[in-house]
Design a protein around this ligand. Structure first.
Ligand code: NAG
Ligand code: NAG
Ligand code: NAG
Length: 436
């Protein structure tokens, strides 16, 4: 064999092994779905600019304050509202997508995951202002629209039906501050990996205005009455878990496991707390934060769960970097700075960046929850500048508005951890798992 034949064989082999190991083509087993970073290789969406990944994270994180403000604003409201309620705002935070199939035969859609939301909707054929990929109801044999008089419609609309006119269940929703959609409540089969939910209720979008609607729909994993988790109660018993891959791991995807089967057996847990004023949110009891060996001094009221004001801590998959109410963040940051020594600079939302050569002395951050401590792996508490010369503490203060009472544990801090939401036993489990 001459050299060119060898080279040819080498490349042929390389290409076939790459084909055999195409992570985008594999679906794990039965109730296990891939969770794909929205700008990762297996996602059909591309980042607006070909930024470095840290710039992409900073861009994504720049939407956090609006989301955190919104999540905190929910709390004063006395509604037990509703997933896809008319006029209810939902936020534009498309960080991870999952592949699902809607209808029969199934149509592939990449929907955004959001644990703080109960809504499910997709753009439908004929939608004004939607992107190119839409769900085609007329080719699905199991599609059905819901009449306005049905209970689900009342829940979603928050309005009674009009006396006359169309009996379809129409509703409007504002979204992300600058966008809104109008949709019809419908039903069809939803296939998640190998499982099928026969009569899944979701919104079929007829028109959108403004530019920030997730292009192929939203799949809420909240705890409210109309969420996927509630609608799949008989199949999954209110249990799911996910492992989010790092945004940096372009080629890889994490997983979403639905149902009690295959969940980790040995996992440390903390109770989930329920806020009747905001049934979608997964609250936990964060009782303290340590930086290295130092338990950071914070007033207990700044962490305490209070259903009336909404104060406390939630686990959220739609916020990018963890946000603490300003006095708590300041206390953490000051202790961190004391142990690392400066000089410190800022980068985007991060105010504590230092020469990466000092990384070895960076203290471990531990979140103390009732019954469970979470020691954050370094990659979950530090982020690097694109040149790699700076390391930054990858957390920030919540926007400092009057309503700033909510701490949000966000997805940068959850990456490469198995996060198990067990509504049946009202607990959250966390275990280390590399899913990059
Ligand atoms: C379904 O609807 C689309 C768009 O509204 C249309 O182009 C298509 O011809 C329809 N298909 C069938 C089978 O009716
Ligand atoms: C939705 O918004 C449109 C346009 O603003 C309006 O005409 C319609 O009545 C609204 N529908 C509902 C159900 O609120
Ligand atoms: C949260 O933990 C603190 C400290 O252990 C405890 O005093 C408080 O009652 C807990 N709150 C809830 C709602 O469980």
């Amino acid at each position: 064999m001459d050299l060119s034949t060898v080279t040819f064989l080498f490349f042929a082999l390389l290409i076939s092994s790459v084909k055999a190991f195409d992570p985008c083509a594999t679906q794990p087993d039965a109730s296990d779905l891939s969770v794909i970073p929205i700008y990762g290789k297996c996602s059909p969406f591309t980042a607006p600019k070909s930024n470095s990944w840290v710039t992409t994270v900073i861009d994504m994180a720049s939407k956090d304050p609006e989301r955190v403000k919104y999540l905190s604003s929910l709390v004063g409201q006395k509604t037990t509202a509703v997933p896809i309620a008319s006029g209810q705002q939902v936020l534009n935070t498309a960080n991870y997508v999952v592949r699902v199939k809607l209808g029969n035969p199934g149509q592939l859609m990449f929907m955004v995951l959001d644990t703080s939301n109960d809504a499910a909707w997709v753009p439908c054929a004929g939608c004004t202002g939607c992107s190119a990929t839409t769900f085609q109801p007329n080719t699905s044999s199991t599609y059905r629209s819901l009449d306005c008089s049905m209970t689900q419609c009342t829940q979603v609309r928050g309005l009674s039906c009009p006396e006359t006119g169309n009996s379809a269940c129409l509703f409007n929703q504002s979204y992300g501050g600058d966008s809104s959609l109008s949709a019809t409540l419908v039903q069809d089969s939803l296939a998640l990996a190998n499982d099928v939910l026969p009569n899944f209720v979701f919104g079929c979008i007829n028109s959108i205005s403004g530019g920030s609607i997730p292009p192929q729909g939203l799949l809420g994993l909240g705890r409210g009455p109309m969420s996927l988790i509630s609608q799949s109660q008989s199949l999954y018993s209110g249990v799911f878990s996910y492992c989010l891959p790092s945004f940096r791991s372009y080629y890889f995807s994490g997983s979403l496991k639905l149902g009690p089967v295959g969940q980790p057996k040995n996992i440390r847990t903390t109770p989930l707390l329920h806020n009747p004023h905001r049934p979608s949110l997964y609250y936990v009891n964060l009782t303290g934060i340590s930086v290295g060996r130092v338990l950071v001094p914070v007033e207990p009221e700044l962490l305490a769960f209070n259903p009336n004001t909404g104060a406390g801590t939630i686990i959220d998959s739609g916020t990018v970097i963890t946000r603490f109410v300003p006095p708590v963040y300041t206390a953490i940051r000051d202790e961190f700075r004391k142990q690392v020594k400066g000089p410190f600079s800022s980068l985007g939302a991060f105010d504590t960046c230092f020469a990466a050569t000092y990384e070895a002395v960076a203290p471990v951050i531990t979140l103390h929850f009732t019954g469970m401590d979470l020691k954050l792996p370094m990659e979950n508490s530090l982020i690097h500048s694109s040149a790699g010369s700076l390391a930054c503490l990858s957390m920030a203060a919540a926007p400092n508005n009057v309503n700033s009472v909510l701490n949000v544990i966000a997805n940068l801090q959850q990456q490469n951890l198995r996060m198990m939401f067990d509504e049946a036993n009202s607990r959250l489990g966390i275990a280390r798992e590399l899913c990059n």
